[in-house]
Design a protein around this ligand. Structure first.
Ligand code: 0RQ
Length: 504
């Protein structure tokens, strides 16, 4: 294979992962690449976790503050969490070991909108960044970096970090070079200018990342795959949810509220969003566009079949089979995919301008359309808000999708009051379960409750929810958004006490 490190000075800095990790000292704030299991460093975090374990065995404290783009993989979050090496984690993460530690109160976690991460770090809210650890595909002769399968916050990490460690991963396809669009026009208030992007596939930046070579302390060669979780085929529930949403989108086109090729789509990750994408493939839509964060299997299929014209993203979440397809036909995808920094892929200004259609999973929704995407029983975090809020508030339309029950039917995902709020009633347009779709636009709170009860709640919980709503309408202190405060969260408490939300 051809040499990927073309800058002589950086080739001289190639060392082992262990030697590179040794640059990271206890207490540092370390910013790494990685977004939904793509483009994260594969070797240095594992070596760092080993050094942390060795220090702990010798009785020495060793933890870091860890920032990324979004979720990574067992080799990064998993290894460092298992080593008890993370004092603070920011932002979105999905690792089970890290999640267990967060929920045990042993690992501090800050979950913020993904579009906010870079700017909040620039604003100084998180202190200084000591070390950046960034995976790239190649280093060009001039020292600029060809990004790999995610961009995330890498521009910001490279710009702000005091020391830089680069992993050059030969597993990543060399021909990805040219797919990225790194925008260097962001500034801090009060000096901001409009972002010159008016179509989702506009290119407004450069294909490589700038890097101050004097800050590069180590370069590590790797050759390992992205996380690439296997793909689970859509089940009947996901297909029904997808069916309701697609029928609604067609209806909106028929009513003249959406163009025939819709508006740029944003899709969350997981079974249900994938089922929606698969459904779109067979629904007669043409010339679709995607302005989203993550490209998963369903979106790659849409690109391949020509139903989707292009996709703008900041990272991938592909199955091994889809990854093979991506690598095999990289020249085709390079013409149709634009990879951006996550501050641009999720930028409120752009999501508003383009009028994105947001489609994201949720944990629960309430009668009035408030949505909880993150916390089970109000306190136990699942993953994080990710980019869902960037698109929900600013898009043309935002849909939240979930099966109507969870945990073998013991939990209703439609509840009187959500136990945690990520998306307020003001940000949620449409709620979809396998039971049906509630279009909340233009409705008053009580009208919203009616359509949520009629269309979304599972039959096992319908009478119970109706009874709550009727009594709230009669007895609530205020009749605008009627609630019975002692009962509003009683379904959750009943589940904690008895194992089911059903009334006795
Ligand atoms: O937990 O595996 O322990 O049983 O939540 O639920 O049904 O497998 O659905 O994988 O699509 O995840 C909201 C978490 C849904 C996801 C959420 C439990 C359920 C299971 C997973 P177990 P499913 P999904 C783009 C946008 C926020 C971030 C986002 C998410 C687990 O979509 O993280 O939108 N969204 N990002 O049992 C108790 C309920 C429950 C419940 C589900 N009502 N009560 N537990 N679960 N509903 C991506 C990025 O931003 C990067």
């Amino acid at each position: 294979t051809a040499e990927r490190i073309l800058h002589p000075r950086l080739r001289d800095r190639v060392v082992s992962a262990e030697a590179a990790a040794a640059w990271i000292a206890p207490g540092e704030t370390v910013a790494m690449s990685g977004f939904t299991g793509s483009g994260y460093p594969k070797a240095v975090p594992i070596a760092l976790a080993q050094q942390i374990e060795t220090a702990h065995q010798a009785g020495q404290p060793f933890q870091i503050k860890l920032m990324t783009g979004a979720s990574t993989a067992p080799e990064l979050d998993g290894a460092l969490a298992k080593a008890d090496g993370i004092a603070l984690r920011m932002p979105f993460q999905t690792d089970p070991d890290a999640r267990a530690r967060i929920n045990a109160g042993k690992l501090d976690y800050i979950d913020i909108h993904l579009s906010h991460v870079a700017q909040h770090v620039w604003f100084g809210f998180y202190g200084e960044i000591d070390t950046a650890v960034i995976e790239v595909t190649a280093i060009r002769e001039d020292g600029s970096l060809v990004p790999s399968t995610s961009v995330g916050n890498n521009k910001t990490w490279l710009d702000l970090a005091k020391k830089i460690i680069i992993e050059v991963n030969e597993w990543q396809p060399a021909d990805i070079d040219g797919m990225h669009d790194i925008y260097y026009g962001t500034a801090l208030p009060p000096h901001r200018k409009p972002i010159p992007l008016v179509h989702g596939d506009d290119r407004i930046g450069q294909t490589t990342l700038n890097c101050d070579l004097d800050k590069v302390v180590a370069v590590v060669r790797t050759n390992g795959p992205d996380r690439n979780s296997p793909f689970t085929p859509a089940d009947e529930t996901s297909e029904r949810i997808a069916g309701h949403l697609i029928e609604f989108l067609k209806h909106e086109v028929a009513r003249g509220r959406l163009p025939a090729n819709l508006l740029p789509l944003q899709s969350g990750v997981g079974n249900i969003p994938n089922a929606v994408l698969a459904g779109l493939a067979n629904s007669g839509f043409r010339d679709l566009e995607a302005f989203t964060e993550v490209i998963q299997d369903g979106m790659l299929d849409l690109l391949k079949s020509g139903v989707l014209r292009y996709a703008s993203c900041t990272g991938f979440a592909l199955s091994p089979a889809a990854n093979e397809e991506f690598k095999r036909n990289i020249a085709f995808y390079r013409e149709r995919i634009v990879m951006r920094t996550q501050e641009i892929s999720n930028h409120p200004e752009l999501v508003r301008r383009l009028g994105c259609i947001g489609m994201n999973g949720m944990i629960e929704a309430d009668l009035y359309g408030n949505v909880n995407s993150t916390h089970v029983m109000g306190s136990r975090i699942m993953n994080g808000i990710g980019g869902s809020g960037d698109f929900a508030r600013n898009g043309f339309l935002s849909a939240f999708l979930s099966p109507s029950t969870a945990k073998n039917g013991t939990i209703s995902s439609i509840v009187p009051m959500v136990s945690h709020v990520d998306h307020t009633e003001h940000d949620v347009a449409v709620v979809v379960t396998e039971q049906g779709l509630a279009d909340l636009r233009g409705l008053t709170p009580k009208q919203r409750a009616r359509v949520v009860i009629d269309h979304c709640v599972h039959p096992d919980y319908r009478a119970q929810l109706e009874d709550y709503f009727d009594r709230a309408c009669r007895d609530a202190y205020g009749k605008h958004t009627p609630h019975l405060l002692p009962e509003a969260l009683s379904w959750h408490q009943r589940w904690l006490d008895t194992g089911t939300m059903r009334e006795g």
